[in-house]
Design a binder for this molecule. Structure first.
Ligand code: FIX
Ligand code: ZN
Length: 415
């Protein structure tokens, strides 16, 4: 394969980044068979919890008054305050415009009613096809919660799952709310107690295996507060040591740890009320040393933890950093974090996940992230070319595929 010339580098790399299909390793999307759980369209897009938080800073509306609105009224209110009375410059507000533009909606003079009308042209199946094609996504990984009765009922009916939506087994209550976990497990017929005795641990392992068999997840996942410690004397240690990690090992599943979320610092904001705290990587180091045969996918929410996470990843091959999560999913920080990772880890990380909750968001989150990844790679390959090193299309294609797809599939044992 011929070398890419310096003058062509930018266009070749950008083109390869655009053409490489994405495996989106963490979303809150569902396959259409899950019915109402799959969110899409104008009103859902405009009432994303990121936008609710931003609107509340500009509108005098009371929390209860806003909560009592219908989704359509909420969308109109958000449009009024974030799009009409101000320019939609924040990442979440701009993202709506990128998403609409990508599916051919003229945003120059649109208002929510006109946008709603445009969505009437599509069925959900057509819209899923359109979004996956435009965003060039191979598949997304859902967040599947067996502690949620609505979701559980759907899985129990053995609904057919579209192969573009793969499962991840989400297990937060086991590590963050043991009494809730135990009361749900008891209702489901498992003999458990919050003392986490041997019988309980065996029952929790059985529960996890039942749901792994049902969902065929690509990994298990939990999001954790910045105060997460390991090891400790509390039930978290026993839950990891005697329930979750042995099952992860024998079913060959990575455990995804999403660390740094401070839940409900403002409960009035509901889903929009969570915040961030610095965590450090001591717990991750301890887990990686203590369980060298387990694999850990890790994303951290605070900017301050990003460098330390890269250094920790240099020490442990059973640790895979991923994504620019939530408040980090803004261009300036994606750029910074991607550069630090490239410089400290080469191509051995997963640069991004979308965390999309509304299908349409795949369009903007990936368009924006692809652009930043391409710019970072052009800068780094240019530095290599300056040394006399040859850059070929084959090499760039391999590197980009590793970042957007193969690193995850390999780490999850699926390649
Ligand atoms: O815990 C998580 O998976 C978080 O990503 C969500 O709970 C959060 O609300 C979110 O949507 C962030 O993007
Ligand atoms: Zn998430």
């Amino acid at each position: 394969m011929p070398n890419i010339s310096r003058s062509q580098l930018r266009s070749v790399v950008t083109d390869i980044v655009e053409r490489t299909p994405i495996v989106d390793i963490h979303t809150h999307l569902y396959s259409p068979a899950f019915g109402d759980l799959l969110l899409w369209g104008a009103d859902e897009l405009l009432t994303y919890h990121y936008l609710v938080a931003e609107m509340m800073r500009r509108s005098p509306i009371g929390y209860d008054e806003f909560r009592a609105f219908s989704t359509r009224e909420k969308a109109n209110h958000i449009w009024e305050h974030l799009y009409r009375l101000s320019s939609p410059i924040s990442e979440a507000a701009r993202g709506v415009l990128t998403a609409l533009q990508t599916v051919g909606i003229d945003v120059s003079r649109a208002d929510p009613e006109e946008i709603r009308q445009q969505f009437k042209h599509w069925t959900v199946e057509e819209y899923v096809d359109l979004v996956f094609r435009k965003a060039n996504i191979e598949f997304v990984v859902m967040t599947n919660d067996p502690f949620d009765s609505r979701e559980r009922a759907l899985w129990e009916q053995n609904i057919p799952v579209d192969s573009r939506f793969r499962a991840a087994l989400r297990i937060d209550p086991l590590l963050t709310d043991l009494s809730r976990a135990c009361s749900i497990l008891s209702e489901l017929g498992y003999a458990v107690s919050t003392r986490l005795d041997d019988v309980t641990c065996a029952q929790i392992r059985r529960f996890l295996r039942v749901w792994i068999d049902r969902m065929d997840p690509l990994y298990m996942a939990v999001s954790l507060p910045p105060t997460f410690c390991f090891p400790t004397d509390d039930p978290v240690r026993r839950m990891l040591d005697s329930c979750i990690l042995p099952v992860a090992l024998d079913r060959e599943l990575p455990l995804a740890l999403m660390i740094g979320v401070k839940r409900q610092v403002n409960p009035h904001l509901q889903l929009a009320g969570d915040s961030v705290g610095k965590a450090g990587t001591q717990a991750i180091e301890n887990l990686c040393v203590a369980y060298p045969d387990n694999r850990f996918l890790v994303t951290m929410l605070s900017r301050e933890d990003q460098h330390q996470l890269c250094v920790t990843a240099r020490k442990f091959r059973n640790l895979m950093p991923f994504g620019c999560w939530w408040f980090l999913n803004v261009p300036s920080l994606i750029r910074e974090i991607t550069m630090i990772r490239l410089e400290l880890l080469g191509f051995s990380f997963i640069p991004q996940h979308s965390d999309a909750r509304i299908l349409d968001q795949l369009l903007y989150k990936w368009a924006h992230s692809r652009k930043i990844a391409a710019e970072a790679l052009v800068e780094k390959y240019t530095d290599l070319q300056r040394t006399g090193w040859s850059i070929t299309e084959e090499a760039v294609t391999r590197d980009v595929r590793d970042l957007f797809r193969d690193n995850f599939l390999r780490f999850a044992g699926r390649l």
